[in-house]
Design a protein around this ligand. Structure first.
Ligand code: BG6
Length: 468
């Protein structure tokens, strides 16, 4: 990684350190950052858990979390983590425990003789954010150490609410305790390598940027296909579904990065303002919503969640338009599904019909960028053939892949908001989708069952041209 950031020692307080998300993403990311020397000496990692967890147990959990780490486990990194990590037992409803946590953090700082930035990471189900945030505030943990020289920050995971009303409430509750500049709303898709590149690519390649409008771009399609199903997250997924889980957050953010006006400077404030303007310009689905939004459910889903009446969608494909005159004829499409035939996330910007003359940002796997061109076939023929020019990070750059959560943690620790979601973006996305939730709430006939490991509902391919 060039331009390696220099981080200040921080106290990272992880709520839910033994949970599923932490094991899958956060702990491997911390290990990799330690291995790469990004986490500085003096950092403290405090794992919060309701039950007593010994140091040995947490180190075992960290070790196990590295089973699928592409580069495996690094002993030196593990040694550092072992020295920096400690556990703290806390019942989220018990005031005394917060008092004890605060004096524990103060004591750590007294021992080191320095005020340290504090980053509270809520790697826990969103339903329990509000009470914890409230208690953090009541006990003064929304401020840096007692001498006030350091920052306190909070990082939270999506989904930020369940609909417009609950999102507004969560935002208000969080803002009551933490200022907006202290809050980091994670959308890890923004931290994926190709996603980070979108704005720079658009800005510095006039061959494309000059054509970045409705006169040239017919469609922008953000696609996130997943091979996995819901992986035992029954309670979470039954209450959420694909629209809330991926479209409202990851897909909207990728779409906004692709279609927003290019700001004068790529600073966090200007980028967020421009993203918000674009999201605000999207026209909420209305009228015959089933024609604009296709929803599906994979075949074995009802059995998996043990609910024969479940209407939860595991697949969505929808088309939107923008009221921005720059985009009046362009279709904005988003498609996502679980238990599909492959894992693939990409953004296809179509300059011609279908995928011909398309520019594709490949978010994962094999991150990179493709351009499809029509070329005359060699020989005595006039026939045209579609060919692909292809750039892959892995072939071009001598660097290993970094998981998005590494970037999330680094940016949280250094307080950089660029790759996080703001409250106005979150609300704009909920407002846009609310008519769909209202429509779905009242009927279920449009839910199409599709075979596991397939391309999703065939209706999606017919009506919305879902063809990739
Ligand atoms: C999460 C969703 O935000 O993203 C999961 O809750 C989904 O349902 C995951 O599987 C996909 O992330 P990635 O990085 O594996 O594409």
């Amino acid at each position: 990684m060039s331009d390696t950031p220099t981080l200040q020692p921080t106290i990272l307080v992880i709520f839910g350190i033994t949970g599923d998300l932490s094991r899958r993403k956060v702990l491997p990311a911390l290990h990799n950052l330690c291995r790469d020397g990004l986490i500085p000496e003096g950092t403290k990692i405090i794992g919060i858990s309701r039950r007593e967890v010994s140091h040995e147990e947490i180190m075992g959990i960290i070790q196990d979390s590295l089973t699928n780490n592409p580069s495996g486990a690094d002993q030196e990194a593990l040694n550092r983590l072992a020295a920096w990590t400690s556990m703290f037992k806390l019942d989220p409803t018990n005031d005394d425990d917060y008092v004890a946590l605060k004096s524990h953090l103060n004591q750590l700082e007294t021992n080191t003789g320095n005020c340290l930035d504090r980053l509270f990471y809520l790697s826990i189900p969103p339903q329990v954010y509000a009470p914890i945030i409230d208690k953090l505030g009541q006990h003064g943990l929304n401020q840096g150490c007692d001498h006030q020289e350091a920052q306190a920050r909070i990082m939270i995971e999506k989904p930020f609410g369940y609909d417009v009303t609950t999102a507004e409430k969560l935002i208000t509750d969080t803002n009551r305790v933490f200022r907006e500049d202290q809050i980091f709303r994670i959308d890890h898709y923004l931290a994926k390598e190709t996603a980070q590149n979108i704005l720079k690519f658009r800005r510095h390649n006039p061959v494309f940027s000059k054509q970045w409008n409705s006169s040239h771009i017919k469609q922008i399609h953000v696609i996130a296909k997943e091979k996995i199903g819901i992986e035992n997250r029954v309670v979470f997924y039954e209450s959420v579904g694909a629209m809330r889980d991926l479209v409202q957050s990851h897909l909207m953010q990728l779409l906004a990065l692709t279609a927003m006006d290019m700001p004068e400077h790529l600073t966090s404030d200007e980028v967020h303002a421009s993203k918000h303007r674009f999201l605000d310009s999207l026209i909420p689905p209305s009228g015959d919503i089933a024609k604009q939004v296709i929803r599906g459910q994979y075949d074995s889903y009802k059995q998996e969640v043990n609910n024969p009446d479940s209407n939860t969608e595991t697949f969505v494909s929808l088309v939107l338009k923008s009221s921005d005159p720059n985009w009046h004829d362009t279709e904005f499409k988003m498609t996502t599904g679980k238990s599909l035939d492959e894992k693939l996330t990409q953004i296809i910007v179509s300059f011609g019909e279908g995928d011909t003359n398309a520019l594709t940002f490949r978010i994962q796997p094999d991150e990179g960028i493709d351009v499809n061109l029509l070329i005359e076939e060699p020989g005595y023929t006039n026939a045209l053939q579609e060919v692909k020019m292809n750039f892959s990070y892995s072939q071009y750059f001598d660097t290993s892949e970094h998981d998005a959560y590494e970037r999330v943690l680094v940016d949280g620790m250094r307080g950089d908001h660029l790759l996080f979601a703001t409250r106005s973006e979150v609300l704009a996305a909920w407002q846009l989708l609310q008519p769909v939730f209202d429509y779905w709430h009242n009927q279920s006939q449009d839910l199409v069952i599709y075979p596991n490991n397939s391309q999703g509902p065939s209706t999606a391919s017919l009506s919305l041209g879902y063809n990739i």
